[in-house]
Design a protein around this ligand. Sequence first.
Ligand code: 5RP
Length: 232
Amino acid sequence: MASDTEKQNAAAAAMDFVEEGMTIGLGTGSTAKFFIEMLADEIADGLLVRCIETSVQTRDLARSLGIPLIPFEQVDRIHLTVDGADEIGPGGVLIKGGGAALLREKIIANASDHMVVIADSSKEVPHIGAFPLPVEVTPFGYTITAKKVHDALVASGVERPRIELRKAPGSVDLLVTDGGNHILDCHCGRIPDPAKTAAFLSGVPGVVEHGLFIGLARTVIIGDENGAHIIE
Ligand code: 5RP
């Protein structure tokens, strides 16, 4: 069960990585929100940093809290990114995209000197795949792309995957991401070889990005009821 105390404690521990003058990538989701609020408090107290958001949702939150944002095009270096995750497997392999922000999250994580992942203890798993893997696809040809994604999952070793098109919350319409795309939620049960699955998915035309984050998280902080500990 996800706990707000654990999320808050992980976010507080991530504040130790923040330094004056940094450009900081702000993640998306309920755990990242705690970090953003803590950062906003420090900024209000005089901390000088600039930030870049990973979603429209985070942009709106950061603006409402008075956090200075800069456009990505004006960023020459991102020192630190702090973001949540849906699953954290061995070796810091992540599933992300539960909040549909995986494309910008991955671009910013990949462009960062240091990605810190913050999560409650429910996110740490012995093997990934129980959480449906989000795959962002172009609206053009998405039904065919979904079939090809299914084939790619099977070819990479996933047994009997089931693909679901994500709907907009509370609607029968398909969800449209910040990038104008759709999301396929791929129920895999278990992803035996995440690197192979990532490579196979990237090879499907129409796939914009997938939610497997491999080799991106340098630090993973898991919150507990009394504090937090670093597992990677
Ligand atoms: C959004 C994400 C989030 O980081 C992920 O869904 C975790 O969210 P939360 O902290 O609310 O559990 O990848 O696209």
